[in-house]
Design a protein around this ligand. Structure first.
Ligand code: MGD
Ligand code: MGD
Ligand code: SF4
Ligand code: MO
Length: 749
């Protein structure tokens, strides 16, 4: 019988926007896709300007997609697979997990996740109920630093609130032209055309954002904390503070004044390599209320300095009165929909998780004890942060437990929506640890290099084939997404279905009451009063921002009750942090040494061979790619065919390379090859692309997609002793390397 053609709402998931699409579906197959400007993000120009959404149809039925569960039959990584049924795969995985748990304890299972490609709470629920705290995420280097420091300083996280009133927009270590390229970036372009808003960009590269700027500070990587303290110094010295807000609502101002005294603009010039007069200018611009600040990877991935830099950023916002005001930055509200903490089911098994937590002795904030401390401060204010991200295990400790069996053996790993052989630090080490596992399960769309060394590859259903509910851990009262257009093709399953099916085999059935992801999402929405159909129709569940919430009465029923204040130990914005103090951290932010990837011996040895010791940053976002994805799109590859090592003309001259040459880059950890490109960037600094492999190569040929050749993470390290001490952030920026012209012929063009 022939089914009728119908149209269905659905969403693109090739970046974080989850743009609304309309699908034409015939016989359960999507035959056409069109933009749907009637749903989030409500702007036809976004899809018009987007290079990716048209890939959706191809990706839905790409010959490279994994369509059935695969079980390894040959040697690990040899590329020999057997197609098995879901029941056979899940039964075997469940039995083996149970046996490993009996032998080594519940912590023996670890998980790895990547960027926000899917909803991760089903994985986290599974891990919580299994009893393992060992979820490794990209959190420490992408999301946690900002969330933690906002929460400790302000009692919750903040969002940027750009309006026509915004006097100055400070863009710090982020380049939305490439990483966002959508609503937000278009807003900035509009602002740059008018003259109501001054734009300041702090970035060692002369980015598209920097080109729009009234002031560009080409900072030396990793010195951002010093710069922030100098901005604070000027704001205080020139009496540009918001007196009333500081007097009534800030804790520790006198301590702060003392602390920033040595951080003069001249000191910043010496450390950060930016003119002292520009530092003064930026401080004055930013102190004009309202001004807004947005930050990104540039300060999220600077290792040792990440927490102090974010703390200094928070302090700058507070003393200039650019907090919770329109046109500045506003405090978000916890989600009204079911909170991530409850979705994760962490608290149900908290004691087991704490007992096996590897971080406790190492990162006093990023662990179950640290989380608890902060929870007890925030809970009286009705605020609860998600736990699994903010306690995620440090990769150095997890890899160590895989390598050495200490303090217990981690023998099994589930990898969901990430490609750690390309995107995690220290590829050689990750590779060795994963090769030594008893059980490696990868849930992905493709046979990525990581999937190629798995015991099982489980095929995940993509965006068009599943509902989406993006809630950013519930730290804002905002979720968006929509329904699936069709059932998953072939035997693919949604990530939710996979974890639920595994959970039910491991005695967790009662904690997974919702049969489908849609049902679970609909239940998540319930407290808001919005039903699933309405959510799908408008594409989001959203409350507009509100301001100066600390002034509202604490008791909603009694307008005369005392003001709410901030959800911190002191009820105020903590310029000096009591919370960090009691966890053994610093009350006020102090910059430290950046980590080095090259030991003195290594530098000396290579220098004798004509190598040059230079500064290194990695992974700047580039359209149309996303991390290790979309490299198999031939149109994209034509436009951007090879991984680049970018530097200024002067740096290239020093090293003795020209545009188009191959550059070898080496650190203590390994060596990789890139094509030289000349750009506007600080002298003496190289930027290197990340995520490069050959998805178009045969996944069975044992070459792992050529991932050793130009993989920047072959050079990086996650070692704990050089990570930030409270959270454990390692470094992808503010690094060093040895560089030399090479006659290696790149495989890319
Ligand atoms: N096209 C594309 N878009 C993406 C992604 C992608 O892979 N591709 N990934 C997504 C993800 S996971 C994330 S986290 C976001 C990240 O989004 P962003 O944070 O906007 O990342 P970038 O565009 O790389 O911008 C970071 C900037 O920081 C600068 N920088 C490097 N080191 C330093 C430093 O020490 N100090 C300062 N001040 N600046 C520095 C770099 O030169 C770079 O321009 O992008 C998301 N969007
Ligand atoms: N050197 C260096 N390393 C970095 C960074 C850097 O700047 N420099 N950036 C870091 C940052 S901020 C991040 S967020 C990470 C990003 O790192 P990852 O998230 O690991 O990067 P991707 O290459 O995007 O890998 C995503 C994988 O998930 C699969 N996938 C996509 N959607 C789904 C889904 O819905 N379900 C399932 N099961 N699979 C899916 C894709 O096919 C792909 O293989 O990289 C980090 N690593
Ligand atoms: S890639 Fe991003 S911006 Fe483009 S359509 Fe998809 S979700 Fe929207
Ligand atoms: Mo990220």
């Amino acid at each position: 019988m022939h089914m009728k053609k119908h149209v269905a709402r659905t969403n693109c998931h090739f970046c974080g926007y989850l743009c609304g699409l309309v699908a034409t579906v015939e016989d359960g197959r999507v035959i056409a896709l069109e933009p749907d400007p009637t749903r989030y993000p409500y702007d036809p120009q976004i899809l018009a300007g987007c290079q990716r959404w048209r890939m959706n149809l191809d990706v839905l039925d790409s010959p490279r997609r994994v369509n059935h569960p695969l079980k390894r039959v040959g040697e690990r990584g040899s590329g020999a697979w057997e197609r098995v049924s879901w029941d056979a795969a899940l039964d075997d995985i469940a039995v083996r997990l149970e046996a490993l748990k009996d032998q080594h304890g519940p912590g023996t299972l670890a998980s790895m996740i990547g960027g926000p490609h899917t909803s991760f709470w089903p994985l986290h629920r599974f891990m919580s109920l299994f009893g393992s705290p060992n979820n490794v995420g990209i959190g420490q280097i992408c999301w946690n630093p900002r969330i933690w420091m906002d929460a400790l300083t302000f009692g919750w996280t903040i969002e940027i609130d750009l309006t026509d009133e915004t006097n100055t927009l400070l863009i710090w270590g982020t380049n939305p032209a490439e990483s966002d390229n959508s609503v937000f970036w278009r807003h900035i372009l509009k602002m740059a055309k008018g003259d109501a808003t001054d734009i300041v960009v702090i970035d060692p590269r002369y980015t598209k954002a920097a080109r729009l700027a009234d002031v560009w500070l080409p900072i030396r990587p990793g010195t951002d904390c010093t710069l922030a303290l100098a901005l604070i110094h000027v704001v205080i010295a020139e009496d540009l503070i918001d007196h009333e807000f500081v007097r009534e609502w800030c804790h520790g101002f006198d301590e702060l004044c003392e602390h920033v005294r040595p951080f003069t603009p001249e000191h910043a010039e010496a450390v950060c390599g930016v003119p002292a007069d520009d530092v003064r200018k930026v401080a004055r611009l930013f102190a004009r209320r309202p001004s807004a600040l947005i930050s990104g990877r540039g300060i999220d991935q600077i290792g040792r300095n990440v927490a102090p830099t974010h703390r200094a950023r928070c302090i700058l916002l507070a003393i200039t009165g650019n907090l919770d005001r329109p046109g500045a930055n506003c405090l978000a509200e916890p989600s009204e929909f079911v909170q991530e903490l409850d979705l994760e089911c962490t608290l149900e098994n908290e004691d087991v998780l704490r007992e096996h937590c590897l971080n406790t002795a190492h990162t006093p904030l990023q662990c179950y004890d640290g989380y608890d401390r902060i929870r007890s401060v925030m809970e009286p204010y009705g605020k609860r942060l998600p736990a699994r991200y903010l306690t995620s295990a440090h990769p150095d400790l997890v890899l160590h437990a895989m390598e050495s069996g200490q303090p217990y053996r981690i023998a099994a790993l589930i990898v969901e929506a990430t490609n750690p052989l390309l995107t995690y630090a220290d590829t050689h080490r990750v590779y060795k640890a994963l090769m030594g596992l008893d059980l490696l399960v990868v849930i992905d769309y493709y046979l990525t290099p990581t999937a190629q060394i798995a015991d099982y590859v489980l095929p995940s259903a993509g965006a068009i084939e599943r509902a989406t509910f993006q809630a950013h851990g519930g730290v804002a009262n905002f979720a968006y997404g929509g329904p699936a257009a069709c059932a998953p093709y072939y035997e693919r399953k949604t990530d939710y279905d996979i974890f639920r099916a595994l959970a039910c085999r491991l005695g967790q059935a009662s904690r997974w009451p919702h049969e489908t992801f849609e049902d679970a999402c609909a239940a998540t929405l319930e407290p808001t009063g919005m039903d699933w159909e309405t959510y799908c129709e408008i594409g989001m569940c959203y409350q507009p921002p509100t301001y100066e919430k600390h002034l509202l009465p604490r008791d909603g029923a009694d307008p005369m009750s005392a003001p709410r204040g901030f959800a911190t130990t002191t009820g105020k914005v903590e310029l000096a942090s009591e919370a960090l103090d009691c966890l053994g951290g610093e009350r006020l932010p102090t910059p430290g040494e950046n980590r080095r990837l090259c030991s003195a011996d290594f530098v000396e040895e290579r220098a004798r061979d004509g190598w040059h010791h230079v500064e290194l940053i990695t992974g700047a976002r580039k359209q149309p790619y996303n991390a290790s994805m979309y490299l198999d799109n031939p149109r994209f590859r034509e436009r951007y065919p090879a991984p680049l090592a970018e530097m200024s003309e002067e740096t290239a001259a020093d090293i003795g390379v020209a545009a188009g040459d191959t550059l070898a880059i080496a650190t203590d950890k390994g060596e990789a090859y890139f094509k030289v490109a000349l750009i506007d960037i600080r002298y003496g600094l190289i930027h290197v692309d990340y995520g490069w492999w050959h998805p178009e190569w045969d996944a069975a040929d044992g070459r792992l997609g050529g991932m050793w050749e130009s993989n920047v993470n072959v050079l990086t390290s996650c070692s704990l002793d050089q990570s930030e001490p409270m959270i454990g952030t390692w470094s992808y920026n503010a690094l060093d390397c040895m560089a030399k012209k090479s006659d290696h012929e790149l495989s890319w063009e």
